[in-house]
Design a protein around this ligand. Structure first.
Ligand code: SF4
Ligand code: SF4
Length: 448
């Protein structure tokens, strides 16, 4: 799609003929066209957000899908132009529009460099919600079943995860990236963990145990609790909590995400801080008010929870760390920034500082650290070709780094990197936990 599709409202330009297609195939319609899909006004990108884009193109070289394809329709500017065409009633959210939006990783590299501070992530969530009613019945059923039924219900997801592990070899190749091999589950984190008696108490925090994190990376949650307690925090893990709703919001299920947000607000009511160890969940919870209309009770409650949400690495780096007694059993680690930590939350320094506190550990950046790994929630399943190309780039980067251990703070990235390489993939908190452990030999990390 040409960026010029989104001409200024006061410029009549070459008015398109009703029913014709834009370059790239988005169909023009008029207001009287009854094929315009219905969507809730609140679930379309806001006109003010769209208007913030001045089509300067500065974001293009930073967009992974534009870099891979060279196509304007796969760039932030092209996508915004398409959203604006729909907003102005010049196009419908038809299958071509859906393709433009679905190929986006929502990595938000474009947001990071945009001089106009265009809130691209928020706009994309709404554009995908616009598309949802026009998807095929089979696709709609699968998305509803996967995101609204399985992922959103803790017990259902636990059963599905157990079945998926057992049947992994028989799963379609496309679904296998969502089910890592060699998962070490162990028991759930306790509802309450008291702080270590050897340090001064710092207060009480709750942790988000998550859905995928709890199913595939329970050891990360357990390490999180141990490290927080070692640093003087009393840790609660409210048993009522469910999925935070990030994946649903990213994939056009805003109503489901809203109801999960209300549940999160109730589950974590009254806690001083909500600690999150998964970048995608943390970014979503910090931006929770975006789901609700300003001035409503839901918006206010979401604002309160988001203000109390803190990333685990941010919290640890914000105060003096308890000194680790040992090394972590590895002398070198390469760090991979998750997009939803680096871009959406602006977290860069904290994890490096935490890792650097481990005796004898050299920390380096994975080459090409500013680029998405291609996991992007369920993108690796929905867009396997694009995701595979980005994963191959990470495989090259890990090889070039020479590191045998890679740390990253997001479960999706961990699975993608594990699929890309034989390196051991860890959450940074696992290395710190290992350095704290008396034995200094806790099992850590995993391979796909
Ligand atoms: S950098 Fe920002 S303003 Fe410029 S084209 Fe990209 S999104 Fe639009
Ligand atoms: S979110 Fe990422 S993939 Fe999507 S347009 Fe922005 S830079 Fe490109």
């Amino acid at each position: 799609m040409s960026p010029n599709v989104a001409r200024p409202a006061d410029d009549p330009g070459d008015a398109p003929v009703l029913g014709t297609r834009l370059p790239g195939g988005v169909r023009f319609v008029g207001p009287e066209d009854d094929t315009v899909a219905a969507w809730r006004p609140g679930d379309a990108p806001a006109t003010a957000d769209l208007d913030a884009c001045v089509a300067c193109g500065l974001c293009l070289p930073h967009c992974p899908t534009y870099r891979l394809t060279g196509e304007e329709s796969a760039s932030p500017r092209g996508r915004i132009a398409a959203m604006r065409a729909v907003d102005e009633g010049l196009a419908t959210p038809d299958p071509t529009f859906a393709t433009f939006m679905d190929r986006c990783l929502v990595c938000r590299a474009c947001e990071d460099v945009c001089p106009s501070h265009v809130p691209f992530g928020r706009m994309m969530e709404r554009a995908r919600t616009q598309i949802e009613p026009d998807r095929g019945a089979g696709t709609r059923f699968l998305r509803w079943f996967g995101l609204d039924v399985v992922l959103a219900r803790r017990r259902t997801f636990a059963i599905a995860a157990a079945l998926a592990r057992l049947t992994r070899p028989a799963l379609p190749a496309r679904l296998r990236p969502l089910v890592p091999r060699g998962v070490r589950r162990g028991p759930r984190v306790p509802a309450i963990t008291e702080p270590s008696p050897t340090v001064e108490p710092r207060g009480t925090v709750a942790i988000l145990t998550g859905c995928a994190q709890d199913a595939w990376f329970r050891e990360v949650n357990r390490a999180t609790v141990r490290v927080l307690a070692r640093n003087g925090w009393r840790v609660t893990a409210p048993p009522r909590q469910r999925c935070c709703g990030a994946l649903q919001a990213h994939n056009g299920r805003l109503d489901t995400s809203r109801s999960l947000a209300r549940e999160a607000i109730a589950s974590f009511e009254g806690v001083d801080a909500l600690v999150v160890n998964a970048a995608g969940c943390g970014a979503h919870l910090k931006e929770l008010p975006d789901l609700f209309e300003t001035g409503t009770p839901d918006h206010e409650a979401a604002r309160e929870l988001s203000a109390r949400t803190v990333d685990l690495m941010e919290l640890l780096a914000s105060r003096p760390l308890a000194t680790p007694e040992h090394g972590a059993g590895v002398d070198r680690v390469a760090y991979h920034d998750a997009c939803h930590a680096l871009r959406a939350q602006g977290i860069h320094r904290a994890p490096r500082e935490v890792l650097a506190a481990i005796p004898g550990l050299r920390v380096s950046d994975l080459p090409g650290n500013d680029r998405c790994c291609g996991a992007a929630g369920i993108y690796n399943v929905l867009e396997p070709a694009m995701s595979g190309a980005l994963r191959d780039d990470k495989a090259d980067a890990i090889r070039a780094s020479g590191a045998s251990v890679v740390a990253t703070a997001n479960p999706g990235c961990a699975m993608q990197l594990a699929a890309a390489s034989d390196a051991e993939i860890v959450h940074p908190v696992e290395l710190l936990d290992r350095a704290y452990s008396a034995a200094g030999a806790a099992t850590v990390g995993w391979r796909s």
